[in-house]
Write a protein of this length. Structure first.
Length: 332
């Protein structure tokens, strides 16, 4: 068919579909549309040699690098004020040391020399990312990990969320050896990690205290988000490693005596070191509140109990009690 005939046919409105033969990247340049037989989607060649738009797999925006240095493929970036000449957004390399610096808008899709216009990915897949080059110092990034913006190394990624959390996405597959991978970009800047909380409450049990620690159990109610709870044993079991705040508070009664006594409250994680807190009881009193508050690191699937002992043998009645742990920071 003559070229003129193809043009008339396209303008006639009778064309229902175009079927393209799957091929590898064609030699022709900017504006070429083809069906990529590796990614199984339609793709378009851009004006930059290293950038191909895989139409259903990514979203990009045009920028210009005025940072004064080359930005490497896979670098987390924030967008700054428009360039005076081109009107394109300028770039800053992100780091999670402040909330402002931790704002990430895109990831570099290719190496960008200083002064050059470029495409950066706001969501979707970036191929051939050097896992070693983008990793925070001392970390090894592997397939399947969720990745966050580093608070230590500017423009780097970590698999451990820092205090200021910006989620960047995840590595999905290795493409050309153990140091290369595809980065699936899904950016959430300054995000809050999920709430992790477990509590058991309501306790009216009577314990015969001795010098041997015994578990405080027999609670009446329980609730948990990301923590497994057991009202009978009073155990709280983590599902994620992290920094946890522990709170135990109880109202108790007992027979008063003419001498001072001492109670010990024991925090007993199943894997981490235990803690013992002394509670002195003055002479002649017959009731006392008990309270423990502190923070520590717990491993994933670690059970925590409260235990109690005393320097004298006597019965102690709980009139109410509550025991809880909550995560202040999850180490995933």
């Amino acid at each position: 068919m003559a070229v003129r005939g193809i043009k008339d046919y396209l303008e006639s409105g009778e064309l229902e579909a175009i079927k393209m033969k799957p091929i590898t990247t064609p030699a022709t340049g900017e504006g070429t549309i083809y069906y990529d037989d590796e990614k199984n989607c339609h793709s378009t060649l851009s004006d930059i040699t290293d950038v191909t738009f895989n139409i259903p797999l990514e979203q990009c925006t045009r920028v210009i690098n005025k940072t004064g240095a080359t930005i490497t493929n896979g670098t987390p970036l924030g967008l700054d004020a428009p360039d005076a000449t081109t009107g394109l957004p300028t770039l800053r390399v992100a780091i999670a040391n402040t909330y402002e610096n931790a704002k990430v808008h895109a990831i570099a899709t290719h190496d960008i020399v200083n002064g050059a216009e470029a495409w950066v990915t706001t969501s979707g897949d970036i191929g051939d990312v050097n896992l070693v080059g983008v990793a925070e110092l001392g970390q090894t990034l592997v397939t399947g990990q969720t990745l966050y913006l580093s608070a230590i190394d500017v423009g780097k990624m970590t698999h451990t969320p820092p205090n200021i959390v910006t989620k960047l996405g995840a590595f999905m597959t290795g493409e050309s050896g153990v140091t290369q991978g595809t980065l699936s970009v899904f950016i959430l800047s300054n995000m809050a990690l999920p709430t992790v909380l477990g509590v058991v409450a309501g306790n009216t049990t009577v314990l015969s205290l001795t010098g041997t620690p015994q578990v405080i159990g027999g609670f009446a109610s329980t609730d948990g988000i990301g923590v497994d709870t057991d009202i009978l044993s009073g155990g709280l079991t983590t599902t994620q490693k992290g920094f946890y705040a522990l709170n135990f508070i109880a109202s108790t009664t007992f027979s008063g005596v003419s001498s001072t006594r001492k109670i010990w409250l024991h925090v007993t994680p199943s894997a981490s070191p235990s803690f013992t807190i002394p509670v002195p009881l003055a002479r002649d009193i017959d009731e006392s509140p008990l309270q423990v508050n502190f923070s520590f690191i717990l491993d994933a699937v670690e059970e925590v109990h409260m235990e109690i002992s005393a320097d004298d043998n006597f019965d102690l009645t709980f009139t109410d009690a509550s025991f809880s742990i909550s995560a202040s920071h999850i180490l995933v």
